[in-house]
Write a protein that binds this ligand. Structure first.
Ligand SMILES: [Zn+2]
Ligand SMILES: [Zn+2]
Ligand SMILES: [Zn+2]
Ligand SMILES: [Zn+2]
Ligand SMILES: [Zn+2]
Length: 296
């Protein structure tokens, strides 16, 4: 269902769209487009009203700005009378041929036509014009519309999209499953390696513990030997000490003995000297006796 209009017209309104034609006369018309005035402005000199777009087109490119009445053109608002006359007009919607039955007053025409459900809108697939209220229905079936698949990042025709999506989703899920399995295997290997390393560490630790136990027991033995040697040495020292005392006492006694012997020796010496003297005396006496005996 092709629409005849894309947007509301910018120039004047066709006279055949006016419903209450009895009101229509030349005051309503633009001298340039000969249609009913649309958004009119006026020439300040001749006071003739023109559609704003018509007079702008008329003046465009002209060096000397003159209105169609050949007077110097200076723009002003159109007269209140013109506005009042225009406001009384009843006009059919521009999308009448597309099905719109609305008849509107001049002042509400633009607002309606901007929102009219029958205005032509372009289908974003096939670029054809459709009435606004039909466009949605058309776009749901349009063969030219493509949807973007976020899974494979490709544009897919609307008619194939749901089929594509389920296939794409399955494919994606399969990929994810494979990735997950890979990831789990990787983690599994990682955990196994760590367990192996932990076991090795445990073995090393046990070895260290054994070595430590050995060291401790040998240290204990050494300590025992050292303690034994200490006690033996102490006993030896004590024994030697007592022996020393005994020796000292013995030496002391022997010293006394020697002293006594020495004294005895002195006495004996004196006695020997005395005896010797006595012997000498005796000897002398003997000699005297002998002499006497001889002389007799
Ligand atoms: Zn005009
Ligand atoms: Zn003029
Ligand atoms: Zn309408
Ligand atoms: Zn289309
Ligand atoms: Zn896809």
């Amino acid at each position: 269902m092709l629409s005849s209009h894309l947007t509301a017209p910018a120039d004047g309104i066709d006279s055949d769209r006016i419903v209450n034609t009895a009101f229509l006369d030349d005051y309503h018309k633009c001298q340039i487009c000969h249609s009913v005035l649309w958004k009119p402005v006026a020439c300040k000199t001749c006071e003739k009203p023109y559609c704003k777009t018509c007079i702008d087109k008329w003046l465009n490119g002209k060096i000397e700005k003159t209105c169609p009445n050949r007077c110097k053109y200076e723009e002003r608002n159109c007269s209140p009378l013109t506005s009042t006359l225009l406001a009384k007009l009843e006009i059919s919607c521009i999308y009448k041929t597309d099905g719109c039955k609305q008849i509107l007053l001049y002042d509400s025409l633009e607002r309606h036509e901007n929102q009219c459900d029958y205005q032509g809108k372009e289908c974003f697939g096939c670029k054809q014009l459709y009435p606004k209220n039909f466009l949605r229905q058309h776009e749901q079936q349009c063969d030219m519309i493509k949807f973007f698949c976020y899974l494979c990042e490709e544009d897919i025709f609307q008619r194939e999209f749901s089929q594509h999506l389920s296939a794409c989703l399955r494919c994606r899920l399969e990929t994810m499953r494979t990735e997950m399995v890979d990831m789990i295997n990787k983690h599994d290997n990682n955990i196994k390696q760590r367990l192996k390393a932990a076991e090795n560490s445990q073995i090393e630790l046990n070895q260290h513990m054994k070595n430590l136990e050995k060291t401790i027991s040998s240290t204990q033995k050494n300590t025992f030997y050292t303690q034994s040697a200490f006690w033996v040495l102490l006993i030896l020292v004590i024994v030697l000490f007592f022996l020393g005392i005994v020796l000292f006492l013995s030496v002391h006694d022997m010293k006394d003995e020697v002293k006594k012997l020495s004294n005895n020796y002195g006495d004996m010496k004196d006695k020997v000297i005395k005896l010797s003297n006595n012997y000498d005396d005796m000897n002398a006496k003997c000699d005297q006796r002998n002499k006497l005996f001889f002389w007799q």
